[in-house]
Design a protein around this ligand. Structure first.
Ligand code: ADP
Ligand code: MG
Length: 587
């Protein structure tokens, strides 16, 4: 028998689509607080938000009729007509969030407008106001959402562990802090203060508040504006930092926190091959573009976005990151002065204090990280990569000598500079191969090298013989199971070719991508890196001063002098400051 669902059920189903987990509720409520002009927002949750979520803000508050109206579906003060949608400066516009939350939780709204004498508290169950009372309170709004999915038990089962839900909340909290440095955010879990982040002026400072010192010491700032008016700003970690997950990625499109795989890919392209395999950076990227070039109306949770010109955006991100990395100097690449973080100081005030927002917040939390100077200049970098020559002229430093037949030691104005001879040479060769592969000097072999492989392997390799030839390695198929190498690039005379071909076979068979262009690109990249690696001087090779000088000179002219093609650092600066500390010359 067909029957029409009750209105209550329809609304529960609709609500379930917008809200899947506690973090979604928090997102909607905090966005409302920001839309209401709040400068301080406190987020307090219990059990990863599963049993209680409470958001308190010092925003505009609502009038009594507005408060009653706010939980109606499609009730909004933000969008007056559909035409405004493209220019909207607020997060909200659907008028849906409060309605949905009121259907899946037990909700209360307490609100007071700034000039009003009194506020109002509404208690709501299953979307209807069951009681209201006039009360005195600070101006602003407090919304509590208890027992998420108490009305939809089937849904409740799908909630993850407290730890997982809490993790989502933590990410979201950081995202809000990053995109709104000027707002004071507070996060409390099971009555324990977790983060207290007073307002600041820059993203860099926000990072200092929120991220661990081992990350902040690696941060660089990113800034680029394209001809098409896409503005990319943010912070990224340098080549010496790497983590094993993508949890350090934060993207904001016109201030809205979004998740987008393509943007993450673009970030990785920007790093090119300067990170170790399976290593990911921290990247907090703000994308500002014409509101008409982005559609945030694509899904109800507004977590994803659609770009009108996605390629432009991705290109801009990759370029911005590339530029920043190319402009980094060795002094910026070291974990430097350990500075004391005082931002974490737990709230020194009773929780739920009625006069919370009237306290002088700033005076309680004085940042004391004065000695730390952030290196990267916050200027706008042009789209063409600039040379790093003016920044670090390592060729002028005195060579002290070679240590362990592996490191070249240099007298750097700021300390002792160590260069890994193999990594450095690898980088030099890699860039030479990548730019001049067509013009490498090739020597014909008087006695061609014969390599025996299986018929199957030869068939696999056959498609790549052209690529090898382009790189100066001339190979032809000789009989059914043999390859004949007839010429090699001068630099690769000593390269063990059997090993190289074996590597090539492994890459080919491991490659899973469907897109042939992609495969060839990846394999080319690997081939170049491997050629560079195998042809480079090794650790343990003794170098003459002349050789060291030449190596340093060449390294200096590379575009990316700080890491080898596999992402290991090429150089390391031991700061005078740290040396003096070791010798107890300074405290
Ligand atoms: P939307 O944000 O899309 O307008 P919501 O359901 O999230 O829809 O909120 C409905 C309305 O309630 C908002 O348009 C706003 O007028 C009001 N409102 C919600 N939260 C707050 C708040 N924290 N402070 C002031 N007004 C609020
Ligand atoms: Mg809203």
């Amino acid at each position: 028998m067909i029957r029409i669902l009750s209105l209550q059920d329809i609304q529960k189903i609709a609500a379930g689509q917008v809200i899947e987990r506690p973090a979604h509720i928090i997102k909607e409520l905090v966005e409302n607080s920001i839309d209401a002009g709040a400068t301080c927002i406190e987020i307090s949750v219990h059990d990863g938000g599963k049993s209680r979520i409470k958001i308190t803000d010092n925003g505009s508050g609502m009038s009594f009729p507005d408060a009653r109206m706010s939980i109606q579906k499609h009730a909004t003060s933000k969008l007056k007509s559909f035409d405004e949608l493209a220019h909207l400066a607020t997060f909200g516009f659907r008028g849906e969030a409060l309605a949905c939350i009121s259907h899946v939780t037990n909700m209360t709204i307490a609100t007071k407008q700034k000039d009003a004498l009194e506020g109002i508290e509404l208690i709501i169950q299953e979307g209807s106001i069951i009681s209201e009372k006039i009360m005195s309170k600070n101006h602003g709004t407090t919304i509590t959402a208890d027992n998420i999915f108490c009305t939809i038990p089937a849904r409740k089962k799908f909630l993850k562990t407290t730890a997982t839900e809490w993790n989502q909340i933590l990410m979201l909290f950081k995202a809000f802090c990053f995109s709104y440095p000027s707002i004071h955010f507070i996060l409390i879990h099971n009555d324990a203060p977790i983060f207290n982040c007073p307002s600041l002026t820059s993203l860099q400072d926000r990072c200092d508040q929120l991220l661990e010192t081992n990350i902040t010491s690696h941060l660089l700032s990113v800034s680029l504006t394209t001809e098409t008016d896409i503005k990319i700003t943010g912070c990224i970690t340098n080549q010496q930092y790497g983590r094993y997950d993508r949890a350090g990625f934060y993207f904001f499109v016109n201030k809205r926190y979004v998740k987008n795989y393509q943007l993450a890919q673009a970030v990785m392209r920007g790093y090119n091959n300067t990170l170790r395999p399976q290593n990911y950076p921290v990247a907090i990227i703000d994308i500002t573009l014409h509101p008409e070039h982005v559609d945030s109306n694509t899904n109800p949770k507004k977590e994803e976005v659609a770009f009108l010109y996605p390629h432009r955006v991705e290109q801009a991100i990759a370029q911005a990151i590339k530029n920043t990395l190319l402009n980094t100097s060795i002094t910026q690449l070291n974990e430097t002065i350990a500075y004391k973080k005082t931002f974490y100081t737990p709230l020194n005030m009773p929780l739920n204090a009625p006069h919370f927002f009237e306290e002088k917040e700033q005076s309680v939390f004085v940042p004391q990280h004065i000695e730390f100077t952030k290196p990267a200049p916050d200027h706008c970098i042009s789209e063409t990569p600039t040379s790093i020559t003016e920044q670090i002229d390592i060729t002028t430093y005195k060579i002290i000598g070679q240590s362990l037949q592996t490191y070249i030691l240099l007298d750097h104005p700021e300390g002792l500079l160590m260069i890994d001879q193999h990594a450095a040479h690898e980088r030099i060769l890699y860039e030479e191969i990548a730019t001049h592969f067509n013009a490498t000097e090739v020597v014909p072999l008087l006695f061609p090298i014969i390599i025996t492989l299986t018929f199957n392997d030869i068939q696999l390799l056959e498609n790549y013989l052209v690529l090898l030839a382009q790189h100066g390695i001339m190979i032809d198929v000789f009989g059914k199971e043999q390859l004949r190498i007839t010429a090699l690039p001068v630099y690769a005379k000593e390269v063990p070719l059997q090993e190289l071909l074996d590597d090539l076979l492994i890459w080919i068979t491991k490659e899973t991508s469907e897109n042939l262009d992609d495969v060839v690109k990846k394999i080319t990249e690997k081939l170049r890196a491997q050629l560079a690696c195998k042809a480079a001087v090794k650790a343990g090779d003794e170098l003459t001063v002349a050789k060291m000088q030449k190596l340093i000179q060449k390294l200096h002219t590379t575009k990316n002098a700080h890491s080898c093609p596999h992402g290991r650092p090429t150089q390391w600066l031991l700061f005078t400051h740290d040396i003096e500390k070791k010798f107890k010359r300074i405290a």
